[in-house]
Each structure stands twice: as structure tokens, then as C-alpha cells.
Design a protein around this ligand. Structure first.
Ligand SMILES: [Zn+2]
Ligand SMILES: [Zn+2]
Length: 189
């Protein structure tokens, strides 16, 4: 029991050092600037103010098969942040030469003939916590058991009727919302 204060102290020191690091090593003026993403078609805000992460975080470990009720996993991106996905994501899925993840943070998908698939979807999606999105309506485009999958491409409608994003929320998948770089605009707050 008496070891706990020591541990907390160590953690506190690590955190403080971490907190002071960004201004020294990065351009804090651009890194920390909050933006709101709006629909490129109608201009309606689709998120609150978000600040950028240097990369998409690793998917949090989550034993979805042990969950009492099926539902989304913990979100990949923390609330209030966004990150740019540099790899192809979502539809179309094409037959791959060698087996591997169909898209980042997903496992291997096979087609009906047992051939491994690979995403040839767009790069540059803006990945956010789905709970930070506003006024988007789900239009399912691919089969899922309890949530949405990105396999069929964009599945999130803006109020103006334009598809603007892809929700990934099925119980056994990473919980992410991908705003399409071609369908949204970043506005400085
Ligand atoms: Zn719109
Ligand atoms: Zn499910």
C-alpha cells in the first residue's frame, strides 16, 4: 500500500515532462489550433472544435467477445481530437496479392472465393471519435450485426442529403468516424 504514493509521484513527473515537450519540438501554433469540420456542400458544422493528433492512435485493446452486450468498442481517437488516415480506407475492396489487413486497424477479409481483400478506398480521411459528430444520419451500405462497417464505403448522410463520412461501429471493429476529405472543409475557430 505504501508504494502507491511513490508511483503516483513518478507518473506525475513523466506527465509534466510530456506536457512541456510539444512547444519545444513542434509548431504549437498550428498543432494546437482547433478546427470545426463543416459539410463542403451546405456548410453546416459536422463536429465541435477539434485539435489534431500527429497520427491515428493504436486501437485500444477491447475484448469484444467477452462483452456482456454487443456495442461499439472504445473509440480509437479521443474526444476533441482528430487525426489523418494516410492509408486507403473503405470501399472499394479488391483482391490482394498477399493476405494482410484489409485496411488499417482491421483484420484480414476474404471474398466468397477465399481470396484476401485490400482496400483501394480514399486516403486522407479525417478520423474522429464518432461521439464528436453532429447531425449525421446512418445509411447502411454493408452488412453488420449491430453497428456499421466501412466495407461498403460512405454511410453517413449530412442533413443536406450528401454522403460525407464513414462510420465504423460494429461490436468487433474499431470505433471510428472517417470524414471524407473530399466532402468536408476545416474551418478555424
Ligand atoms: Zn451538407
Ligand atoms: Zn456487432
Amino acid at each position: 500500500m505504501h508504494e502507491q504514493p511513490d508511483q503516483a509521484q513518478v507518473h506525475g513527473e513523466v506527465d509534466r515532462r510530456h506536457a512541456t515537450a510539444p512547444p519545444d519540438v513542434t509548431d504549437a501554433g498550428t498543432e494546437a489550433e482547433a478546427v470545426v469540420f463543416v459539410c463542403a456542400t451546405c456548410g453546416v458544422p459536422l463536429t465541435g472544435p477539434l485539435t489534431r493528433l500527429p497520427a491515428v492512435p493504436k486501437t485500444p485493446y477491447y475484448a469484444w467477445w467477452d462483452a456482456e452486450e454487443p456495442g461499439p468498442s472504445p473509440a480509437t481517437v479521443p474526444s476533441g481530437r482528430y487525426a489523418i488516415e494516410t492509408e486507403p480506407y473503405g470501399a472499394p475492396l479488391v483482391v490482394a496479392e498477399v493476405p494482410g489487413p484489409v485496411m488499417p486497424r482491421h483484420g484480414v477479409h476474404y471474398n466468397a472465393d477465399g481470396k484476401p481483400l485490400l482496400s483501394q478506398g480514399p486516403r486522407g480521411n479525417i478520423v474522429i471519435n464518432p461521439d464528436d459528430a453532429r447531425d449525421l444520419e446512418l445509411r447502411h451500405v454493408s452488412a453488420a450485426c449491430c453497428g456499421a462497417t466501412p466495407d461498403g464505403g460512405m454511410n453517413q448522410l449530412c442533413a443536406c442529403g450528401t454522403l460525407v463520412a464513414t462510420l465504423c461501429s460494429d461490436c468487433c471493429l474499431p470505433y471510428e468516424l472517417h470524414l471524407s476529405a473530399d466532402h468536408v472543409r476545416a474551418v478555424r475557430t
